[in-house]
Write a protein that binds this ligand. Structure first.
Ligand code: MLT
Length: 254
């Protein structure tokens, strides 16, 4: 991993290939390595930048408030450090919420938006309350509950459930708690879609149990110019469950 100083922390990232800059943002509670299978398929087309978000992988949590806007500011700061004015930004799930915050806060820096197994809607009140409750539970008792329950929800493949479980086991309780609260507090990004003039690619499995495929249809309805790639039988981890289809969808951001 490389490291650069951004917003008071050392952000860890990998960088592969040459071409249009493309940032791949991981979801919750994972790290950059969730993208390991697709990166080799993208590096002939893109300058692929794959960070560990604040609090995850090798990047420290730091003291700044942990919000989707703050995480988007870390991505902008990373691009500054790399001397890149613009980039395509693709996010998986929570990473999509961050990519949407980046689109809202840095529109002139965005050359394309990839939304992988994510949604633009905010949480309804019961989901928000549930996230706050889980954050308290994790802060008090550690990551056991999420590491036990979440893998089965993200993919039907027992092999990939184990990959996800191992990745989740490496993450820290305080970061998971912070991320749950930040996701609960995220705004509805649907109105933003109408303002986007860059290419938008939506990649979503139609067997996703964490964020249903209907949320991808919602994005397409609100932004008909978006390219919607439906992955049959795929769950919440398209970058592991449908590696080639995910990579070829993201290539539309070149
Ligand atoms: C994720 O995969 O990043 C999260 O499950 C997203 C969410 O909980 O909304």
């Amino acid at each position: 991993m490389n490291h650069v100083h951004v917003n008071g922390i050392e952000v860890a990232y990998q960088r592969h290939g040459q071409g249009t800059p493309l940032v791949l943002i991981h979801g919750f509670p994972l790290d950059h390595s969730i993208w390991n299978e697709v990166v080799p398929l993208l590096q002939a087309t893109f300058d692929v930048i794959v960070p560990d978000l604040r609090g995850f992988g090798e990047t420290a949590l730091g003291d700044s408030p942990f919000t989707m806007d703050g995480l988007a500011s870390d991505i902008a700061g990373l691009l500054d450090q790399l001397g890149l004015a613009r980039a395509a930004v693709a996010g998986h799930s929570m990473g999509g919420y961050i990519a949407l915050a980046f689109a809202r806060n840095y529109p002139t820096r965005l050359s394309g938006l990839g939304l992988v197994a994510t949604q633009t809607l905010a949480d309804p009140p019961d989901r928000k309350a549930g996230r706050y409750k889980s954050a308290e539970e994790i802060a008090a008792n550690g990551t056991g509950s999420i590491v036990t329950s979440m893998p089965a929800k993200v993919t039907p493949s027992t092999r990939l459930q184990e990959v996800a479980r191992q990745l989740m086991l490496r993450q820290r309780a305080e970061s998971m708690a912070a991320a749950l609260k930040a996701m609960a507090d995220r705004p509805d990004s649907t109105p933003l879609l109408a303002k986007l003039s860059c290419p938008v690619v939506v990649v979503h499995g139609n067997a996703d149990e964490a964020i249903p495929f209907d949320r991808a249809r919602d994005i397409k309805s609100a932004h008909p110019a978006a390219e919607l790639v439906e992955l049959p039988g795929v769950g919440h981890l398209p970058m592991l469950e449908a590696v080639e289809a995910t990579a070829s969808a993201l290539k539309k951001l070149a």
